[in-house]
Design a binder for this molecule. Sequence first.
Ligand code: TRP
Ligand code: ZN
Length: 856
Amino acid sequence: MTAATGHDSTAQQTFYLKDYTPFGFEVDSVDLTFRLAPNATRVISRIHFTPKADAADPQFFLHGEKLKLISASIDGVAVTPDVTPEGLVCTTPDTAFLWEAEVEIDPAGNTALEGLYMSNGMYCTQCEAEGFRKITYYPDRPDVMSTFTVRIEGDEEVLLSNGNPVSQGAGAAEWHDPWPKPAYLFALVAGDLVNHPDTFTTKSGRAVELNIWVRPGDEDKCAFGMDALKKSMTWDEQAYGREYDLDIFNIVAVDDFNMGAMENKGLNIFNSSCVLASPETSTDANFERIEAIIAHEYFHNWTGNRITCRDWFQLCLKEGLTVFRDAQFTSDMRSAPVKRISDVIDLRARQFPEDQGPLSHPVRPEEFQEINNFYTATIYEKGAEVIGMLKRLVGDGAYSRALDLYFERHDGQACTIEDWLKVFEDTTGRDLSQFKRWYSQAGTPRLKVDEAYEEGTYTLTFEQDTAPTPGQPQKDPRVIPIAIGLLNDNGDEVLPTTVLEMTEAKQVFEFKDLASKPVPSILREFSAPVVLERETSNAERAFLLAHDSDPFNQWEAGNSLARASRLSMVKTGSAPDPAYLDALQKLLRDDTLDPAFRALMLQPPSQSDIAQALFEDGTVPDPQKIDDAAETFAMTLAQQLADSLPRLYAATTVDGPYSPDATSAGKRALNGRILSLLTRLDGGDAAARQFASADNMTQQYSALASLMKAEKGETQSIAFFEKWQADRLVMDKWFALQVACASPDRAAGIAADLTRHPLFTLKNPNRFRAVMGALAGHHAGFHHASGAGYSLLAENLIALDKLNPQTTARMCTAFQTWKRYDSDRQSLIKAQLQRIASSGGLSRDTNEMVSRILNA
Ligand code: TRP
Ligand code: ZN
């Protein structure tokens, strides 16, 4: 199919893994001077290059984009390079030489938030993946590593860069980073900032100065992040033997930022929403996320910085591993089962649709047009799942020996997935060539299970199959670790968790000497990122919900009951399954269960999940019906619990001074679920009281959300706005809630009104995502039959693309599931995608996303 846009989608350059060629020069050292000025910053570079003797590509090409070249010289002699919009080429001597250049850039005019830009009057940088080329001419590729010395000249009170400080004086500062690094890890910050200082002593006795730098007024929101940083530093020493390696570690909070945070060497830069926390302004979920992101960026110091990627095709080398490590950290700090269940919910919500739609790509892609479009759930989250499988297959001991070897062998290098797998092969003697298919094959495998029982022998037959994905019509069988346990009729475990190693397309496993037919608990802990297909009865699901000793599968049993019940409600208009309602009520009251776990059990399957399940079942999903079923279910549950809800609400309310710890947060999560049920029955009295008396954002926010969902929160919403209008991060919550709590037929209209609100701006990605992300996440609202949701998003994406291609392209994913829906909705979406495609002057980022989605 060709998009009728007049655009030739093949006109854009595609980069291929197979074309990898090393750069023809060593970079011996980099020396940069920045003369800061909002619209005319001068960047002076002095770089020592040495030509490589056996270079496959001897051309001296330096990347550079949107730079005004003032002067260039080699060994002090002025040169005139050939300059294109992508960079420059220059003739160079055969021996080592000094390249000097001066360029001018415009940080204040940089709305793409890539390279050097200004946010609220402060200078900051974002160089991953290819932003350094917007700062100066340079071989901007991760396999080119060098030490950096940076001099910053500016009037700002705080002038920061990577590494250790060399000198600080009025109007200038100098930094030196002794660790060779690729340019994507470069960072600079300049602003009138204040710090929250602390110190850390590493296990070998090195004293490290720690700082979190923020705008004046935010000082009181740093303590939690600092504590998370120190915990991360200790954890990495204990769990991986990794110590910090500089005298200073700085974190800076920035309001305008395209993603969560960035691991620049010694100078992490954070979206302020991912570091600033206070009980009054942050929810429990915010606290947990901040702790995880601080850990993630800190862990990159070894997995990413000391050992980096050879090229961007290897992105999962650092991201998959670092997500895996931050998940281990969160499991150790909080509840491991709750973390696992939450991660699987997230994987299914974000990675599965990607892997099963037009944007499907391997964990290690082999081609791209714009690398920014590959910071995906597949690279990050599926990349982490692949490491979890590897660990399960080789065992914990071998995993930790392999990691020791990885750090020892590859420190200071830019590596590939082959290097990574080789340390496991060398440690264990295993052949991982079949396992490598997890990196090269896109798509989610479906795992079909059949069972038989005869004369004491129980047989499980597994069949794996992966549907074709773009560019990959044929799939080979993968190695799948299937953790299983067997239970007898009493619910006792007759086979404790055992890992079956499936390698064939179809494979049979036998279990002998069983007294009776067992009940299997399959894919415990979600041991592989697959879709399990098994004919089961609701009775068996209820049995596992009551007896499975694996908390993940216990939750999964409840989840599959919920899904089955919801599907039949949508398909046949039936009432909610009474057996499931009963089971839920029991769980809710079971005080032996962790409240956080009970809160997860009460979390209904997402409406998008139900749409996908219907689609796979051959039923065209009707978003309105799915929403109706969700409402009916919640109302029925509330009514059945009517007598006990006030008491349950009171019994689970957390009083006393707020603490963000996991135990209290779990209790508040359960209490919030109960409040949302109670609000359906009591006219909002309890929620209104909670809103009025709450001294923390978690309870205030859950009360407001419950009220607004019941259309009883108008007064409170206004009060909330008045109270918090000066706090950007809280206002993002307010904007998002207006849309998220709207009825399906009002969601798009409310979102449209909000884009005209004085506090709405296209320039702040957090604010844009608050409104447009909430709309895309409102399943029945976004997919409303009128198409108003689609056209509003398209209109805003077209406007945003002119300013910020990265965030625009990322939000195009809202359309990736379009093939699930009926032909009317499909043509409405297609028309909007074509409208974006033909809007003129589209960025490379957005152009790639729209054409991939359209060419489904
Ligand atoms: N490497 C960062 C991380 O995983 C994420 C990142 C990549 C990023 N590109 C970015 C962050 C652009 C902000 C902007 O933590
Ligand atoms: Zn990362």
